[in-house]
Write a protein that binds this ligand. Sequence first.
Ligand code: SF4
Length: 303
Amino acid sequence: MSASPSEAADIVSADVDPAAAPSVTVPAQAGAPESRPPVSLSPSRAADFMQCPLLYRLRVIDKLPEKPSAAATRGTVVHTVLEKLFDLPSGQRTPERAVAMVRPAWDALLAERPELAELFGEDAAGLGTWLADADKLVERYFTLEDPNRLEPARRELYVQTTLEDGLVLRGVVDRLDVAPAGDLRVVDYKTGKAPSPMFQDKPLFQMKFYALVLWRQHGRVPRRLQLVYLGSGDVITYDPDEGELLAVERKLRALWEAIDLATRTGQWLPRRSKLCGWCDHREVCPEFGGTPPVYPLPVVPAP
Ligand code: SF4
């Protein structure tokens, strides 16, 4: 279903205040004052649980620190540049102007998160290569879209909805475009390479998650989901329908039930896979001879 232009205006003005997200108060546990039962689900955390329940626990409940990643940090910088690019008037959104934003975006991020300095230390050449790679990703964007022909309705849009059973779904959409006829297009930038069709389910699940939230928030299904892969110069599009989004909703409810059960029982099973190679928590993972921290929440026996 398409949104009328006035309905579309509602969509772009009625985003949710992240500060309004529900919170749950739990008595502080010795040594783990920050631990809380999860109260909402985002695409990233849903993906964590599907990959490995223990990984989800260590990130969401134990909140164990993770080392900064050069690739993820470069992604943050590139996303910032592509967001700010649209602050420039149409006609001035050029590759040169965009590349000139890369270094300032990195400097601003570093000021906000000084711990990122450890990524390069005194390695000026490493930093230079990393920045040059970010430049290339930004330049490649211009081979995929002409930003002078676009006026995004929203950028970095926080979306949130509460399903009938109380499950809160939330996330941040990189860009939302609204066509003159009111059709919605959800756009997500990826700084990696596009996966082969066999491995597109995961990124498309994330996009369908956003589409579901927008549909539930505003009563209409986004017309198009668009993944822009800057690493390989590919664009993947997908046009969802209500039936598919209902299937995603059922899957998320089942996922949330499993998360809720694990939260109450404290049983978070590790699931070993090739992705363990990128996991920061191997030292405390039983699959690698480690022991997880003491579970910081109250538990009830498993049924
Ligand atoms: S190392 Fe693998 S199995 Fe262990 S927590 Fe990380 S992702 Fe899960």
